[in-house]
Design a protein around this ligand. Structure first.
Ligand code: NAD
Length: 501
C-alpha cells in the first residue's frame, strides 16, 4: 500500500474532539478517547469519549427522570412538533458540516452524504407532522352502559443503537419518531462514526429539547450498548445493525421483556425478465451494487437474471461498472468511496476468494485498489454463482455483485426466498402480471418494481425474517414508540355480580 497522501481539502484539517451528552451536560469520558481514522484518508479525523457502563447507566437514569418527572411527555403534540421542526431547520443549516463528518468518518462520497442529509431533514419534518396526529380510538358501539377509549401513550425510555454505514440518516429514522411520541432516549452511535450524532445533540439543545430527553453516549457495543439493552429502566430498544448483534440485543432485552425494533442485514435480489427495460435495469444494477461501496443493508447484491439474457446483461453491467468513479470521498465527482476499516476490506476479499474456490468466476474487479489514500475495493462482479454458495446467501457488505440465473418464474421466486434474509427485492419486467406475481411472492419488506432503492419518508421500511422486526418510517412509525391503554368506562347503574338485578 502506498503512503497516505493528505488530500488538499484536508491540508489544514485538525482532528475534532467531541464530548458526549448526558443529562444536558457535555461530558468527557474517563479513559483515553476513541480515535477515528478516516477510511478514505488514513489520518485521525475525530476523537470521541470511550463511554463506560457507568456512563450508560447515568444516561439511562437521566432519561428515566426526564420521562417520569420532566415536561417532555406532558407537552402537547403541537409543542413537540414545533421543536422537531426547529431541529429540522437547524439540521438543514448545518448540513454541510454534518455531511463532511459522515464523509470523512465513514468514507462515503461527499455528494452522497449531502443527499442523505437532505433525506434526513425531510424525515425530521415528517415526524414533526406525525407528532400532531398521534391519537388512539374510541368505541361508542359497546352499548349504552359502556364507552371504550383506546389511548396511545409514549412507551417511556428508548435505547437507540445505530451502525456506521448511514450515521446521520439512521438516527433520523428513529429519534424524531421517538421524540414525537413523547419518549426520552439514550442514543449510542457506532464507535466508528459518532461525530454527526454528537453534533445532532447540539442541534437538539438549541431547538429546545429539555435536558435528559436525548442523551448521547459514545463507546463500544459491549461496554455502552449492552447495558442499554438490559437495564430495567429502559422500556424499548430500537436497534439497527448486523443480524448477529440484533439477535443478541433481542436475547438481552428478553430478560426484562422490553419491546424491540430491529433493522438488520439483507441479501437483496433483483429478478430480471427478458422483456425488461434493460438500459434502465443496468444502471440500477450498478447503483444497487456499488452505492455506499455496497456497505448498505439494501444493496442489490444478488442478481437473478433470466438465463437467456444473463451473459449479455452481465457484460453490459461490467462495462458500466468500469466507469464508476472510485476514489477520494471528498471529491465531489466520486461515486464509490472507501471501505470502513482495513479488517472489513479483508473480509470482503475473503468472500471473493472463497466464491472463486467454490466455482464462481470474477467478471470484474475482485481485488483491493491502491489509491494511495485509505482502503478501497474495486467494483466486483462474480458470475456463475450458485444459490448455495456463501457469497449468494450471506451479507458481504462490500461492492461485490453475485450473478445467478433462472429459467421459470417459480424458480426465480424460489431462489429469491431461499435465504435467511428478507429486507428488500427488485423485479424488472414490462409485464404487469410478472411484476405483481413477484411482488406478492417474494418475502421482503420492500419490493421495487422497475426501479431500485428509492425511498420516501411516507413509506414503511423494514425486513421479513432475519432482516428484522418492526417497520420504520411511514405513518405508523410514531405508534411504534407507544403503548396502548384501554379506558373501559361504565355509564349508569352497574349489574352486581353477587345479586343480579
Ligand atoms: P453492528 O451490529 O456491528 O453494530 C451496530 C451497533 O451495535 C453499533 O453501534 C455497535 O457498537 C453496537 N453493538 C455492538 N455490539 C453490541 C452489543 N453487544 N450490545 C449492544 N450494542 C452493540 O453493525 P455495523 O457493522 O455497525 O453495521 C452494519 C450492519 O448493519 C449490516 O449488517 C447492515 O445490514 C446493518 N444495517 C441494517 C439496516 C436496516 O435498516 N435494515 C440499515 C443499516 C445497516
Amino acid at each position: 500500500m502506498a503512503a497516505h497522501v493528505k488530500p488538499k481539502a484536508l491540508e489544514n484539517f485538525k482532528a475534532r474532539d467531541f464530548r458526549m451528552l448526558i443529562d444536558g451536560i457535555w461530558t468527557e469520558g474517563a479513559g483515553d478517547p476513541i480515535e477515528r481514522i478516516a477510511p478514505g484518508h488514513g489520518i485521525v479525523v475525530s476523537r470521541y469519549p470511550a463511554g463506560s457502563k457507568a456512563d450508560a447507566e447515568r444516561a439511562i437514569a437521566a432519561a428515566r427522570k426526564a420521562f417520569d418527572d420532566g415536561p417532555w411527555p406532558s407537552m402537547t403534540g403541537a409543542e413537540r412538533s414545533n421543536i422537531l421542526l426547529k431541529a429540522a431547520d437547524l439540521i438543514a443549516a448545518r448540513a454541510e458540516e454534518l455531511a463532511f463528518l459522515d464523509c470523512i468518518e465513514s468514507g462515503k462520497p461527499i455528494s452522497q452524504a449531502k443527499g442523505e442529509l437532505g433525506g434526513a431533514v425531510d424525515i425530521w419534518r415528517y415526524a414533526a407532522a406525525l407528532a400532531r396526529d398521534l391519537h388512539g380510538e374510541s368505541y361508542n358501539t359497546l352499548g349504552d352502559g359502556t364507552l371504550g377509549v383506546v389511548l396511545r401513550e409514549a412507551i417511556g425510555v428508548v435505547s437507540i443503537i445505530t451502525p456506521w454505514n448511514f450515521p446521520f440518516l439512521i438516527v433520523s429514522q428513529k429519534l424524531p419518531f421517538a421524540l414525537a411520541a413523547g419518549c426520552t432516549t439514550v442514543v449510542k452511535p457506532s464507535e466508528l462514526t459518532s461525530g454527526s450524532t454528537l453534533v445532532l445533540g447540539e442541534i437538539l439543545i438549541e431547538a429546545g429539547v429539555p435536558a435528559g430527553v436525548v442523551n448521547i453516549v459514545t463507546g463500544t457495543g459491549p461496554e455502552v450498548g449492552a447495558p442499554m439493552t438490559t437495564h430495567p429502566d429502559v422500556d424499548m430498544v430500537s436497534f439497527t445493525g448486523s443480524t448477529g448483534v440484533g439477535r443478541l440485543t433481542m436475547a438481552n432485552a428478553a430478560q426484562t421483556l422490553k419491546k424491540v425494533s430491529l433493522e438488520l442485514g439483507g441479501k437483496n435480489p433483483q429478478i430480471v425478465f427478458p422483456d425488461a427495460d434493460l438500459d434502465a435495469f443496468i444502471d440500477a444494477a450498478v447503483f444497487g451494487a456499488y452505492f455506499n461501496a455496497g456497505e448498505c443493508c439494501n444493496a442489490g447484491s444478488r442478481l437473478i437474471l433470466h438465463k437467456s439474457i444473463a451473459a449479455a446483461v452481465t457484460a453490459r453491467i461490467a462495462e458500466l461498472a468500469k466507469k464508476v468513479k472510485v476514489g477520494d470521498p471528498l471529491d465531489p465527482a466520486t461515486q464509490v468511496g472507501a471501505i470502513i476499516t482495513p479488517q472489513h476490506l479483508q473480509k470482503i476479499g475473503a468472500y471473493v476468494e472463497d466464491a472463486t474456490k467454490a466455482g464462481a468466476s470474477v467478471a470484474l474487479g475482485g481485488a483491493a485498489l491502491d489509491l494511495g489514500l485509505g482502503q478501497f475495493m474495486a467494483p466486483t462482479i462474480l458470475s456463475g454463482v450458485q444459490p448455495d454458495m456463501a457469497v449468494a446467501r450471506e451479507e458481504v457488505f462490500g461492492p461485490v455483485l453475485s450473478v445467478l440465473t433462472f429459467e421459470t418464474t417459480e424458480e426465480a421466486i424460489r431462489i429469491a426466498n431461499a435465504i435467511d434474509y428478507g429486507l428488500s427485492a427488485g423485479v424488472w419486467s414490462r409485464d404487469f402480471d410478472t411484476c405483481l406475481t413477484i411482488g406478492r411472492k417474494v418475502r421482503a419488506g420492500t419490493v421495487w418494481m422497475n426501479t431500485f432503492m428509492d425511498g420516501a419518508s411516507e413509506l414503511p421500511f423494514g425486513g421479513y425474517r432475519q432482516s428484522g422486526l418492526g417497520r420504520e418510517l411511514g405513518r405508523h412509525a410514531v405508534e411504534d414508540y407507544t403503548e396502548t391503554k384501554t379506558l373501559n368506562m361504565h355509564i349508569g347503574a352497574r349489574t352486581s355480580w353477587w345479586m343480579p338485578r
